[in-house]
Design a protein around this ligand. Structure first.
Ligand code: UD1
Length: 419
């Protein structure tokens, strides 16, 4: 028996849809709670599979984790039993590597299995290791574990050879309680890096410059507890905007920070979609044809790679030829074959996808090869004629809370069935 997401395509989406808390912020902030002695009450936590996994990892390490309600979690890591995260847990997701920075920063030691997560080609962690070493840690890999140890962590100047979200976050985590000041140059600027810094600062850290290319972390002795609210999810918001635009509907995407959506909004406008921004929602409408566009993924504030598959799905019915270039990951087009099953006409040329718009997509069985590829299949299924069955929806559950419920409320015909 297998679980399948079944979508009857061709229904335009109308109404309001609300975005949950940011997955990638939660996945950094929850490990960040390990640096805090005292209770952290974290609000707007998305109820998704990856968050449940990271909370389980904290429980395993010995932290007290309580759910106050479905989106509020209280973590007290005053006492921890172990600094080792085993393979069975860490290999299930990418963000488990944040346990390294957090445990190293708090206890001077960490042993975490090499992370898992979506496969987009090689996902090295050399920059994380470089950062830890410059802070004074001894870092080695043995039997699939990354082992980091330091008698004392001392602030250092760290230049990231490549912009890396994960390395920026991990170095912040390790540096928060180090002696002296750490300067991270060529840092990533993603909204969830700012969110992590705001969370840590609200607990007593001294981090300046998050959201710019230079971040200064002045080490503090201790972090105490407090309450913090996670920002809305930029990628979930973008996925909903693309769903509304793809079906030719009229949807208000609520609980968003419009500024975070600038790169997507500008491309949607270029492709003929009407976008109206308000304080905390964006209205997305489309009547005419989808005009072809060129898109290149880049670190923030560029077009996010995590919206690339959804953008390609949206453009598969454009009126002409669109080019989407992937600049962050070496191999993030594996899902194209699945879109082709739905009648899309897309070819890969080096790091670009050439999308020759078709009149319509046709429903078929497809696979959610990873999280965002799965979201792309949902977009394609919503516009395809007939029934699309998405296999392996567990990949989608990793990052989207209550997806069927949220989409059904705005007119989608989507259900989860066991076959
Ligand atoms: C995070 C996101 C992921 C998103 C990506 C880029 C989480 C849990 N995941 O992944 O969804 O697609 O940001 O926005 O937040 N690199 C190195 N050496 C390193 C680290 C990275 O060469 O030590 C390279 C990678 O191969 C990649 C690029 O840097 O080409 C960007 O990776 P990075 O920003 O680190 O991605 P993640 O933090 O793993």
């Amino acid at each position: 028996m297998v679980e399948v997401l079944k979508i009857e395509g061709g229904h335009k989406l109308y109404g309001d849809i609300t975005v949950s808390g940011a997955k990638n912020a939660a996945l950094a902030i929850i490990p960040g709670a390990l640096l805090v002695e005292g209770a952290c009450r974290i609000e707007n936590v998305p109820s998704i599979r990856d968050v449940k996994l990271i909370l389980d990892m904290l429980r395993y390490l010995g932290a007290k984790v309580e759910l106050e309600d479905s989106s509020t979690v209280i973590i007290d890591a005053s006492e921890i039993k172990t600094c080792k995260a085993p393979y069975e847990m860490a290999s299930k997701m990418r963000a488990s590597y944040y346990l390294l920075g957090a445990l190293l920063g708090r206890f001077g030691e960490a042993e975490v299995a090499l992370p898992g997560g979506c496969y987009f080609g090689q996902r090295p962690i050399d920059l994380h290791e470089k950062g830890f070493r410059l802070l004074g840690a001894n870092v080695r890999q043995a039997k699939g574990q990354i082992i980091a140890k330091a008698k004392t962590l001392r602030g250092a100047s760290i230049f990231l050879d490549k912009i890396s979200v994960g390395a920026t976050i991990n170095i912040i985590l390790a540096a928060v309680r180090a002696e002296g000041t750490t300067i991270i140059e060529n840092a990533a600027k993603e909204p969830h890096i700012v969110d992590l810094a705001n969370f840590l600062n609200s607990m007593g850290a001294n981090i300046r410059g998050a959201g710019t290319e230079t971040i200064r972390v002045k080490g503090v002795e201790r972090l105490g507890g407090g309450t913090y609210t996670i920002i809305p999810d930029q990628i979930e918001a973008g996925t909903f905007m693309l769903m509304a635009a793809a079906t030719g509907g009229d949807v208000c995407v609520k609980n968003v920070i419009p500024k975070h959506m600038d790169s997507l909004s500008s491309k949607l406008i270029e492709s003929g979609v009407e976008i109206t921004e308000c304080d905390d929602f964006i209205r997305v409408r489309r009547n005419g044809a989808i005009r072809p566009v060129k898109v290149t993924t880049l670190p923030y504030p560029g077009f996010p790679t995590d919206l690339q598959p959804q953008m390609v799905a949206f453009l598969s019915c454009c009126d002409g030829t669109s080019i989407v270039t992937e600049n962050v990951w070496e191999n993030r087009f594996q899902y194209i074959g699945e879109l082709v099953r739905l009648n899309a006409n897309i070819t890969i040329e080096g790091s670009s996808a050439r999308i020759n718009g078709v009149k319509h997509l046709e429903g078929a069985p497809v696979r959610a090869t990873d999280l965002r590829a799965g979201a792309a299949m949902v977009i394609a299924g919503l516009v395809a004629q007939g029934i699309t069955e998405i296999h392996n929806p567990i990949n989608i559950d990793r990052g989207y809370e209550d997806l069927e419920k949220k989409l059904t409320a705005i007119g989608a015909k989507i259900e989860r069935v066991i076959q």
